[in-house]
Design a protein around this ligand. Structure first.
Ligand SMILES: Cc1cc2nc3c(=O)[nH]c(=O)nc-3n(C[C@H](O)[C@H](O)[C@H](O)COP(=O)(O)O)c2cc1C
Length: 172
């Protein structure tokens, strides 16, 4: 599929099959993650791959029981490392750039997953402290998103958007 087709056909998949994701595909997904742009190319992120059923169940519980988290054969946890950005950019790095960089990485991951023929959904981290504790994250790592991935068990309708014409103004 072309890059444009990949972007335009990606959908959030919230029902996944349990079949494992082969290691070479996981490695391609990780390469997509770190190919994202980041301010000053600082790459202020850290990734966890969760395969343990016990931990997936705990992450599911800490994500308002969204079943896809424990259904998935694999859950990516994408963390920001704010002090890495702060060292170069101060507060704007700590509060803004590291989150933007990490969000770009998550979107790259979602597109790579789709291009490889798998499904996934971005699960927002609300219970940040509890999730950090459950994963025994080092101090200074901020979990930003969970991405459960696997073979899709549903085919959502084509995407709905407000229409870019309504939210775009050209200045000439
Ligand atoms: C920051 C963020 C948090 C999200 N959290 C959730 C979530 O917790 N559960 C979920 O099912 N989808 C979540 N989503 C996915 C959105 O609901 C989804 O992208 C949106 O409805 C558009 O659908 P699409 O991805 O199929 O285009 C999240 C997306 C973003 C960007």
């Amino acid at each position: 599929m072309s890059p444009i087709e990949c972007i335009l056909t990606r959908r959030s998949i919230r029902s996944l099959r349990p079949d494992p994701v082969p290691h070479e595909h996981v490695e391609t997904m990780l390469a997509c993650l770190e190919a994202a742009p980041s301010a000053g190319n600082l790459q202020p992120w850290y990734f966890l791959l969760v395969k343990s059923q016990g931990l997936k169940e705990e992450l599911c519980r800490l994500s308002f029981d969204q079943q896809v988290v424990k259904q998935a054969p694999l859950v990516f946890v994408i963390c920001a490392v704010p002090e890495q950005s702060a060292a170069e950019y101060g507060d704007v790095g700590r509060q803004l750039f590291c989150i933007q960089d990490t969000a770009a990485a998550v979107q790259n991951l979602l597109l790579g997953i789709h291009a490889l023929g798998y499904g996934a959904v971005w699960i927002g981290v609300v219970k940040e402290r509890e999730i950090a504790e459950c994963l025994a994250l080092d101090e200074g790592m901020k979990p930003v998103a969970l991405v459960p991935v696997g073979l899709a068990n549903e085919t959502p309708k084509p995407m709905e958007r407000r229409g870019w014409r309504k939210v775009t103004r050209t200045i000439e």
